[in-house]
Design a protein. Structure first.
Length: 279
């Protein structure tokens, strides 16, 4: 790739073989580098390939203006998340999570801590991401001596989920609020008693999480199965009615149609979790 220009001693803007601007980072990478020279892609510690030129420009500005040690700390948190989740996170997480954490650190140093109203739902529906968030808080406490409340682990988790499923942070927040409301519907529905320490309940929460994300990101696409819908609505009428109420709620919140097939699959999961034995 060809050097476009050094941004600072550790960051260089380059043009890759496809003619797209990328941002390369590594200790001392930009020192003495001249525009137009070739750089082996194996030399930088990290190469950022953002989705849009706008995101690339934002990243360059962030790397140039935010504290280097905090950017490096955020990079380590994201690398840990990549490894732990065993998923390739969207490159946008380097923008969104770093910007969020640097601002959150500034707030905490000024004595301003904010509660996350969705803490319980994040802990329930995104346990792996929440655990990474808690690991990040320990790292922050050790590295920069800032002690965040547990609510911040939930904020970090939401940014990671957003990067996993490549959805907008707005859709992610709406999805998590919807999961909170759906949990309330399930707990209050007549004739349905969920055992929250059962394997079937765990499966239901995973199903709900993915279903809600599909609906809010408008990627739900299930083939019509009228015979299956008829069977489930007849065999499990209570669970089907509950699932239909949840589907109607999601339609209102997301502006997306929820198919009877989607409702039927949810009804099956509710039936399995309804008053089953614990592990």
């Amino acid at each position: 790739m060809k050097v476009l220009k050094p941004i600072n001693n550790n960051v260089v803007s380059c043009i890759d073989a496809a003619g797209r601007e990328v941002v390369a980072m590594g200790r001392g990478l930009g020192y003495g580098v001249k525009p137009g020279t070739e750089m082996d892609e194996n030399v930088p510690e990290k190469i950022f390939r953002m989705d849009t030129q706008g995101d690339t420009d934002k990243l360059k500005h962030m790397l140039l203006t935010l504290p280097a040690e905090e950017i490096e700390l955020c990079g380590r948190i994201i690398a840990y998340a990549d490894q732990t989740l065993n998923k390739q996170l969207s490159q946008s997480v380097y923008l969104t999570l770093t910007d969020h954490l640097v601002f959150a650190l500034e707030r905490m140093r000024q004595g301003m801590a904010f509660q996350n109203a969705l803490l319980t739902e994040v802990r329930l529906f995104y346990p792996r991401e929440f655990a990474i968030g808690k690991h990040a808080l320990e790292l922050i406490r050790t590295e920069v001596q800032v002690d965040f409340p547990e609510d911040e682990a939930a904020n970090i988790a939401l940014h990671l989920v957003n990067a996993e499923y490549d959805t907008s942070i707005s859709d992610m927040l709406h999805s998590t609020q919807a999961l909170h409301d759906i949990t309330g519907v399930l707990r209050s529905w007549p004739g349905i008693t969920l055992q929250e320490d059962s394997l079937y309940y765990d499966e239901l929460t995973v199903h709900l999480k993915l279903m809600v994300l599909r609906i809010f990101s408008r990627t739900a696409d299930i083939d019509p199965e009228p015979a299956f819908v008829s069977l489930i609505s007849t065999r499990f009428p209570r669970e089907f009615d509950c699932a239909a109420a949840i589907g109607h709620y999601l339609e209102k919140q997301s502006g997306t149609d929820v198919s009877e097939e989607e409702i039927s699959y949810l009804a099956v999961q509710i039936h399995r979790a309804n008053n089953r034995k614990t592990r």
